[in-house]
Design a protein around this ligand. Structure first.
Ligand code: IMP
Ligand code: MG
Length: 181
C-alpha cells in the first residue's frame, strides 16, 4: 500500500441511506419484479446489496439473492483489462429479471462482463445498479440503470469499497489521499 490518509468524506452515512431508499423505490417501480434476482458482485457490493434488499419487504418484493466474485486482477488502484470469475453462482437464471449490483462503475468492464454472462445464461432482462458512478472515460460502453451518486475520478473507499482490502467497513464514503513519495 502506498502511504495515504482517509481525509475527505464525500458522502455521509445519512446521505447514503437516503439515496439507497430512493433507489429501492426506483427498482420497485419497475414491473419486472416477479422473478427478480439480485446478483451482487463481490466483494464490493455486500453492504449496498444488504441495504437494498431490506427495503423490498415494504414493496412486497421477494427476490432471490446471490453473489458472484469477479476480479479484474491487481491489488492496486488501477484495474487490469481482463475480468475473470473467481467464484460463480449456480442459480438458475432462465427467465429471470436480474439486477446486477456493484459498488462502483469505473471503466465499465465488470458490469459489461456480468451483463453478457447473465444474458447468455438465459436471463429475461439484466439491469445494473451501482452506488457510485465514476465520471471517467469508460473503456467499454456501459451506463448503469440505477446509480446512487456521481463521483469524480478519484480513489474512494468505504461502504464496501476497499483499498487493498481495507476500509470496506466505513459507513461513509471517503477519498483516499496519497502522500507524495
Ligand atoms: P470497472 O470494471 O473498471 O468498472 O471497475 C469496477 C471495479 O473497480 C469496482 O467493482 C471496484 O472494485 C473497483 N474500483 C474502481 N474504482 C474504485 C475506487 O475508487 N475505489 C475502490 N474500488 C474501485
Ligand atoms: Mg469490486
Amino acid at each position: 500500500m502506498r502511504p495515504h490518509t482517509i481525509e475527505r468524506q464525500l458522502f455521509s452515512s445519512e446521505q447514503i441511506q437516503t439515496r439507497v431508499h430512493s433507489l429501492i423505490d426506483e427498482i420497485a417501480a419497475n414491473s419486472d419484479t416477479e422473478n427478480l434476482v439480485m446478483l451482487g458482485i463481490l466483494r464490493g457490493s455486500f453492504i449496498f446489496l444488504a441495504d437494498l434488499v431490506r427495503g423490498f419487504e415494504q414493496h412486497k418484493i421477494h427476490p432471490r439473492i446471490d453473489f458472484i466474485t469477479l476480479s479484474s486482477y491487481g491489488a492496486g488502484t488501477e484495474s487490469s483489462g481482463t475480468v475473470t470469475i473467481t467464484h460463480d453462482t449456480d442459480m438458475d437464471l432462465a427467465g429471470a429479471d436480474v439486477v446486477v449490483v456493484d459498488d462502483i462503475l469505473d471503466s465499465g468492464r465488470t458490469l459489461a462482463f456480468a451483463r453478457e454472462l447473465f444474458l447468455e445464461r438465459g436471463a429475461r432482462s439484466v439491469r445494473t445498479c451501482v452506488m457510485l458512478d465514476k465520471q471517467t472515460q469508460r473503456t467499454v460502453e456501459m451506463e448503469a440503470d440505477y446509480a446512487g451518486f456521481p463521483v469524480d475520478d478519484v480513489f474512494v473507499v468505504g461502504y464496501g469499497l476497499d483499498y487493498d482490502h481495507y476500509y470496506r467497513e466505513l459507513p461513509y464514503i471517503a477519498e483516499v489521499v496519497f502522500e507524495e513519495e
